[in-house]
Ligand binder design. Structure first.
Ligand code: 9MR
Ligand code: 9MR
Length: 570
């Protein structure tokens, strides 16, 4: 063949492989693995018989093993195999190779590899703070300074028509500062706040010593309270302002009437409102305040006696919900921000009663708990499994009159339901479907398996938790480490107003992208995905793709707990 044709062929081949099919066929956790930990990578469509691990500098084979035959994973349309190299335990930098295909390089090391991840997934909440300037000394990540001006003081917000009461009239002014932004938008929504807070306090309840020593370098660092609790307090302080003092009811959310454009927080100057009161918000608030009354009690001298105030607020909100058991939230006609509407409230009652019970040990709250229902993956709209988990975590401190057997059977069933999802999944992933925020669901399920391991000591649960961890950090069908600024290939264009508007090329660090989701395919125009796209591959690293590439507190919070579990397991 004449040279120029050969060259032409080569160029075409390169073009085709870059444009249409550029992907990695061997996908590992892009950050790495613990020296003595489980180590697994996913191989896609290679039908290989064996794999090798090679030194990143030397290119020498340091480990090799046979592979099981490939199997079709119907969620991704790939034929997958899993390379297990747990046995190999020499620290260093490596990659996997099969034929000429290689994975991204990764590290095998003792622990430090995940410390920065643990800090910055938490610090992302500091960066999310409303009503305060974000300062350079706390907001510099690997040389990039993410400082910004204060946004949304929220010391004057208005009572929306839907939220008016005897004591607080339409358009009257209230002060509701602090709190975290919910996501890529600047709203503050109670139901999602309560769900997210739960992963903070459970992580703290599980690993108090770890968090006592984890320095986040935030403004409150060094104040004798663990930084994770300082960070959560920013949210709690705001939540407390969302209770109407005249009746104990809780506003569903605080936001503008419409989403603002992609601008920095301080450029969003439209009036903000407290909007609606709902049973779900009252219960989420009650659960959070009740739990935090317990968790913050040892720190009353630092918080000025906050725990007592929280418990009173919790009881009042719960009473309000009992008197108004069916106030479902729906956006009023003039409101277009996130709705977090929820048609089922039994799980919210369960959450509030469980946390009030764990804290007060009062039988009146225990008697409200229907433990005979079935428990599965929790979400912001189905929180009963969060409550069950926290009952299990606190079991030892609960009074004698409870049905311990039932609690054990039910928490075991929750663990096993999620474990089975993982175990029988060809893709080694405990996920029924890829919905909005699928990565958050993986993080939540992973964190539950981590609790299962923590409480039972059974290795199989750790294996499931590790699978979720690895998936989120790169062992997935789209070859992304889903946490911004971590790993080899991470989301660059998260749907986040700050990241889009701050003039900094790199996105803000430490944020978990929502992840693959086929449900909304028009946010980037009619052709977001080619038809026939498989759910596990329906992910777009585009700013427009809020259905797959937004960030949110309820996805980052379970990730924090999962990270703590993995870090503390080895
Ligand atoms: O930016 C908004 C994001 O936070 C929400 O999750 C999403 C769905 O409610 O909506 C986004 O806002 C979009 C709006 O819904 C439609 N117009 C374009 C907005 C920005 O992309
Ligand atoms: O996480 C929410 C998801 O379950 C819903 O399907 C979706 C559409 O209503 O909204 C998601 O929550 C968004 C909220 O409404 C506004 N802030 C951004 C949230 C994450 O996208």
């Amino acid at each position: 063949m004449p040279m120029f044709i050969k060259g032409f062929h080569t160029i075409c081949f390169l073009l085709i492989s870059v444009v249409c099919c550029a992907q990695n066929f061997i996908r590992a956790n892009q950050l790495g693995y613990f020296t003595n930990g489980m180590k697994c990578a996913m191989i896609s469509d290679m039908d290989a018989e064996s794999f090798t691990v090679r030194g990143a500098q030397t290119n020498q084979v340091v480990f090799s093993a046979a592979l099981e035959p490939q199997r079709l994973w119907n969620m991704s349309g790939e034929n997958v195999q899993f390379a297990d190299f747990s046995e190999f335990n020499v620290p260093g930098q490596y990659y996997l190779q099969i034929g000429t295909e290689r994975s991204h390089p990764f590290v095998i090391a003792d622990s430090a590899i995940f410390d920065e991840l643990s800090v910055w997934t938490l610090k992302s909440f500091y960066l999310w703070r409303s009503s305060t300037p974000i300062e350079e000394q706390y907001a510099t990540f690997r040389g990039t300074n993410y400082a910004r001006a204060m946004g949304h003081p929220d010391d004057v917000v208005y009572v929306h028509r839907s939220a008016a009461s005897e004591g607080r009239h339409v358009e009257s002014e209230v002060s509701s500062p602090k709190g975290w932004y919910d996501a890529g938008d600047y709203g503050k929504y109670i139901v999602n706040a309560g769900f997210s807070a739960a992963f903070f306090w459970m992580a703290y309840e599980l690993y108090p010593d770890y968090y006592a020593n984890l320095n986040l370098n935030i403004p409150e660092s060094g104040n004798q309270m663990p930084d994770i609790l300082d960070e959560l307090k920013w949210e709690l302080d705001w939540m407390l302002t969302m209770q109407d003092p005249s009746d104990g009811g809780v506003y569903h959310k605080l936001s503008t009437l419409r989403f603002c454009g992609m601008v920095m927080p301080d450029a969003d100057k439209k009036d903000r409102y407290v909007i609606g009161k709902s049973t779900a918000a009252a219960l989420s608030f009650a659960a959070t305040m009740a739990a935090c009354a317990r968790v913050y009690a040892p720190f009353d001298s630092i918080t000025d006696g906050m725990s007592d105030k929280m418990l009173k607020a919790a009881r009042r909100a719960y009473k309000w919900a009992e008197a108004h058991p069916e106030v479902y939230y729906q956006n009023p006609k003039d409101v277009f921000t996130g709705s977090y509407g929820d048609e089922t409230l039994s799980d919210d009652f369960f959450f509030a009663a469980a946390e009030l019970f764990i804290t007060t040990k009062e039988k009146q709250y225990y008697d409200k708990l229907n433990l005979s229902q079935s428990f599965e993956t929790p979400t912001w709209h189905d929180v009963k499994s969060v409550a069950l988990l926290d009952l299990a975590i606190n079991e030892k401190s609960l009074p004698d009159f409870i049905n311990r057997h039932m609690l054990k059977v039910k928490s075991q069933a929750l663990f096993d339901n999620i474990y089975k999802l993982y175990h029988y999944s060809v893709g080694h992933l405990p996920l029924r479907k890829f919905e909005w925020g699928s990565n958050g669901t993986v993080a939540a399920n992973g964190s539950i398996l981590g609790v299962a391991y923590n409480l039972t000591g059974e290795k199989k649960y750790l294996e499931g938790a590790q699978a979720c961890f690895d998936y989120l950090l790169g062992r997935n069908s789209v070859d992304y480490c889903f946490v911004s600024r971590f790993g080899y290939k991470y989301p660059k264009n998260i749907h986040d107003r700050r990241s889009d508007a701050d003039g900094i090329k790199e996105p803000l660090p430490g944020y978990l992208a929502g992840g693959p989701n086929l449900d909304e395919t028009t946010d980037c125009g009619k052709t977001s995905y080619p038809s026939g796209t498989y759910p596990a591959r329906a992910y777009l690293d585009e700013m427009c793709s809020y259905s797959t590439n937004e960030i949110a507190i309820n996805w980052n919070a379970p990730l924090i707990m999962l990270i703590a579990e993995i870090l503390n397991a080895y």
